[in-house]
Design a protein around this ligand. Structure first.
Ligand SMILES: *Cc1c(COP(=O)(O)O)cnc(C)c1O
Length: 393
């Protein structure tokens, strides 16, 4: 490997020796193609014509008036398949094709990353298999159907808690025995090096567009950027262009579940501790013996007991701040954006909206310019939200 893939002490490559050659091959290809002109012309073409980039930086006038701040929304919800995940699946899919790989595998929790991988598999004519916990296969029937419609094969995983973390383990296992012809397309800034760096690279388009757009609209950097954090890819994507601008406050919002001290939470950085999960050192939710705990959060995208290693680094160095929003508060955020702006956010993004309201209500923050990364749209969450809110509307 050329790099050890560390962010401070976090990250790294904690995998069985059998996987090292595959990770070396992937790192070499990533380094070769990330600045390659033809590769980027092709990727830009698909991002524009297939996925719908650039997304707008939308001034949320009604919410700005209500909260007494200048609020902009980065509209990743407008992308094909409904979220930022397509930025990464297009990037990695194309890279796999350039590497001569014939087959894609992926993990998925709720199915969002599975769908974003499946459509890229269809687009690039690469057979695609998606590992999904059998519990999630039942809970997310409609998304299974969507993946299958785009030719992907969904493989239910019956191990452990039968959810996302078990699906990742199974995908890693399959990759070990098929590295010759297969690319494992990881869906967030997690996993062993080079994934956290590579996924950040493909998601940094969000930050580059945002910086250009805010400069055109305001002529200065925003005061603060707020983004939800599951594995951390949409947050790192928008943070990336601003990390070196110290005056910009960066805030990641985790899924608090029933509350950070309730034992039913997804707030890894808020209440987790250092540990190794899925190939890298970061913060994890674990018991006293180092066994990984189950995460809990109303939104599947934030329901993960780990977090990308760069976020661990940004937290301990103090460059970014991490907060948690409960399920209940997220549902309030979901309603708030829908009612004030006519934009229905994904439940994940609704966590960022809920924190936006808290932030804007602090007296010292009045009048600030705030950018919220609206990572996805809420169509996928309709049934769940209807069930949870009942007559409350
Ligand atoms: C998957 C998902 C997330 C969480 O993933 P990150 O890697 O933390 O960005 C957030 N928002 C939406 C809409 C998602 O689909």
């Amino acid at each position: 490997m050329i790099s050890d893939g560390k962010f401070g002490k976090y990250g790294g490559i904690f995998v069985p020796e059998l996987l090292i050659p595959a990770l070396e091959e992937l790192e070499a290809a990533f380094i070769k193609y990330k600045d390659d002109k033809n590769f980027n012309v092709e990727l830009d073409y698909y991002l524009r014509e297939f996925a719908g980039r650039p997304t707008s930086l939308y001034y949320a006038r009604n919410l700005s008036e209500k909260l007494g701040c200048k609020i902009y929304l980065k509209r990743e919800d407008m992308l094909h398949t409904g979220a930022h995940k397509i930025n990464n699946t297009l990037g990695q899919g194309l890279l796999a094709q350039h590497m001569g790989k014939k087959r894609l595998i992926a993990e998925t929790g709720a199915g969002q990353h599975g769908i974003a991988t499946a459509v890229v598999g269809a687009l690039l004519k690469m057979p695609t298999e998606v590992y999904m916990g059998s519990e999630d296969v039942i809970r997310q029937k409609l998304n299974v159907f969507r993946m299958e419609l785009s030719n992907a094969k969904v493989l239910p995983v019956d191990n452990g808690s039968r959810t996302l973390k078990d699906a990742i383990n199974e995908a890693l296992r399959n990759w070990i025995s098929n590295v010759e012809d297969t690319h494992y397309l990881i869906g967030s800034t997690m996993g062993p090096h080079p994934y956290p760096t590579m996924v950040k690279h493909f998601q940094s388009i969000i930050g580059r567009e945002t910086r250009k757009q805010i400069m055109e609209k305001e002529g200065v950097n925003p005061d603060v950027i707020i983004a939800c954090v599951g594995g951390g890819s949409n947050a790192i994507g928008i943070f990336s262009e601003f990390i070196e601008h110290d005056e910009v406050e960066l805030i990641g919002v985790e899924g608090g579940g029933n509350g950070v001290n309730s034992g039913k939470t997804g707030a890894t950085l808020s209440v987790g501790s250092e540990g190794v999960l899925h190939g890298s050192l970061s913060f994890v939710l674990q018991d006293d013996y180092g066994q990984i705990s189950e995460a809990h959060c109303v939104s599947a995208g934030l329901d993960y007991p780990g977090v990308g290693p760069e976020h661990a680094y940004l937290k301990v160095t103090g460059r970014a701040k991490y907060v948690a929003i409960t399920d209940k508060e997220a549902l309030h955020g979901f309603k708030l954006l829908s009612q004030y702006e006519g934009i229905i956010p994904a439940l994940e993004s609704a966590h960022a909206i809920a924190y936006l309201e808290k932030y804007a209500e602090m007296r010292e923050n009045k009048g600030k310019t705030i950018i919220v990364n609206l990572s996805g749209r809420g169509d996928k969450d309709m049934f769940l939200v209807a069930e949870k809110m009942g007559d409350e509307l």
